[in-house]
Design a protein around this ligand. Structure first.
Ligand code: NAP
Length: 235
C-alpha cells in the first residue's frame, strides 16, 4: 500500500497526554498509530474515537521490550513503508518523593527502562525509516523535573530518566543535524492525568499542544531543543 499521508507513532497512548496527542494528530489528517502496552486498554482507547476512515490504528507496544519494538517496526514497514513522526510519550513515575538515599535499585532500573531506554530504542529502530524518506520529526516527552538547573531533592529515578532523555536528544540532534529530521524534547507542564493528578492546572489539550507543534515543525524549525509552551525551556 502506498500513501502520501504522514504516519505518526505515539507511545503510551492508551490514556493521558499520549491519547490526547493521538486525537490532535488524527485531526490534522495524519495516520496515527496509537500504541499501548496493554492490548485491551489500547483497543478501548481507540474505540473511544468513533473514527472510521482508517487513519487511526492501534498496535500493541511495550517500550521496555526490544522484540516488541521490532514487531511494531515490521508492522509499520509492511503497511506504510514510512514513519514521519515519533512521539516518545510513554512514562512511569515510580519514586515520587522518595529520597535518593532510599531509592531501590530496581525502581531506578524500571524507570530508566521505560522513560529513557524505551525512547532510545524507539529512536534507534525508527530513525532508519525516517532517513529512507528524508523526513522525520521526533518529540521526546520529558519534564520540567528533568531540568538540571532547578533540580532539587527527591524523585531521583524520574528526574534522572528525564535528564537522560534531554541529553539523548542533544546527542541525536547533533548526529543528524544535516538531515530534515528534527528531534526535540519538551515539558508538558503539570497536567491533569493519572500521573499528574486531578489538582494539576493544565488540561490534556494544553499538555499536548507543544508536542503537536514539534511533531509538525517546518523544515526551518528548531532541532536539539528543550521546549515548554513553544518556547525554549531551561535545561
Ligand atoms: P499517564 O496518564 O500515567 O500515562 C502514561 C502512559 O505511559 C500510560 O499509557 C502507560 O500505560 C504508558 N506506559 C507506561 N509504561 C509503559 C511501557 N513500558 N510501554 C508502553 N507504555 C507505557 O501519564 P501522562 O501524564 O499522560 O504522561 C505522559 C508523559 O508526560 C510521560 O512521559 C510523563 O513523564 C510526562 N509528563 C507528565 C506530566 C504531568 O503532569 N502529567 C508532567 C511532566 C511530564 P499503562 O496504562 O499500561 O500504564
Amino acid at each position: 500500500m502506498t500513501n502520501t499521508k504522514k504516519v505518526a507513532i505515539v507511545t503510551g497512548a492508551n490514556r493521558g497526554i499520549g491519547l490526547e496527542t493521538c486525537r490532535q494528530l488524527n485531526q490534522l489528517g495524519i495516520i496515527t498509530i496509537l500504541t499501548s502496552r496493554d492490548e485491551t486498554k489500547g483497543k478501548s482507547a481507540l474505540a473511544s474515537f468513533n473514527e472510521e476512515d482508517g487513519n487511526l490504528l492501534f498496535h500493541q507496544l511495550d517500550v521496555a521490550d526490544l522484540a516488541n519494538v521490532a514487531q511494531l517496526k515490521s508492522f509499520v514497514i509492511e503497511n506504510f513503508k514510512r514513519c514521519d513522526i515519533l512521539v516518545n510519550n510513554a512514562g512511569v513515575f515510580l519514586d515520587r518523593g522518595v529520597s535518593i538515599f532510599d531509592l531501590p535499585e530496581e525502581t531506578l532500573q524500571e524507570t530508566l527502562e521505560v522513560n529513557f531506554l524505551g525512547a532510545l530504542r524507539m529512536c534507534q529502530e525508527f530513525l532508519p525509516l525516517m532517513r529512507d524518506s528524508g523526513y522525520g520529526r521526533i518529540v521526546n516527552v520529558s519534564s520540567g523535573m528533568g531540568s538540571i538547573s532547578s533540580m532539587g531533592g527527591g524523585s531521583a529515578a524520574y528526574k534522572l530518566s528525564k535528564l537522560m532523555v534531554n541529553g539523548m536528544t542533544r546527542i541525536m540532534a547533533a548526529e543528524i543535524k544535516d538531515e530534515d529530521i528534527k528531534i526535540n524534547t519538551m515539558a508538558p507542564g503539570w497536567v491533569r492525568s493519572d500521573m499528574g493528578g486531578s489538582n494539576a492546572p493544565r488540561s490534556l489539550t494544553q499538555g499536548a499542544d507543544t508536542i503537536i507543534w514539534l511533531a509538525t515543525l517546518p523544515e526551518d524549525g528548531p532541532t536539539g531543543g528543550f521546549f515548554e509552551d513553544h518556547t525554549p525551556a531551561i535545561w
